[in-house]
Write a protein that binds this ligand. Structure first.
Ligand SMILES: [Cu+2]
Length: 105
């Protein structure tokens, strides 16, 4: 019985910690000529993701129906503020194999 209680307590603590794992306000995503890095990021509601093109060619950060950076040229960047909780697939329109995910919590 004692052991069960301990197990429940540990599980509750783990859940609480997971819930508290606060997403940051601002995140930078690097775009290289092979894709986004990191491929998954999390931000708070109202947080900003800043995409920086570290590659040698233009890319975009595009979330269909949400936002489109247009061309981000090498050395340039683009920011978007996420006001709504959810999961956003962000792709490069020029190279459709370049895909990433932004989770807004
Ligand atoms: Cu691209």
């Amino acid at each position: 019985m004692k052991r069960l209680f301990l197990l429940v307590a540990v599980a509750a603590l783990a859940l609480a910690l997971a819930g508290c794992a606060a997403a940051p306000d601002n995140v930078t995503v690097h775009i290289t000529d092979t894709g986004f890095n990191p491929t998954t990021v999390a931000v708070k509601v109202g947080g900003t993701v800043n995409w920086v093109n570290d590659g040698k060619i233009a890319h975009t950060a595009t979330s269909l129906a949400n936002f489109d950076s247009q061309s981000i040229y090498p050395g340039e960047n683009y920011s978007h503020v996420f006001d709504t909780k959810g999961t956003y697939e962000v792709v490069c329109r020029f190279h459709t194999q370049e895909r990433s995910t932004v989770v807004v919590k």
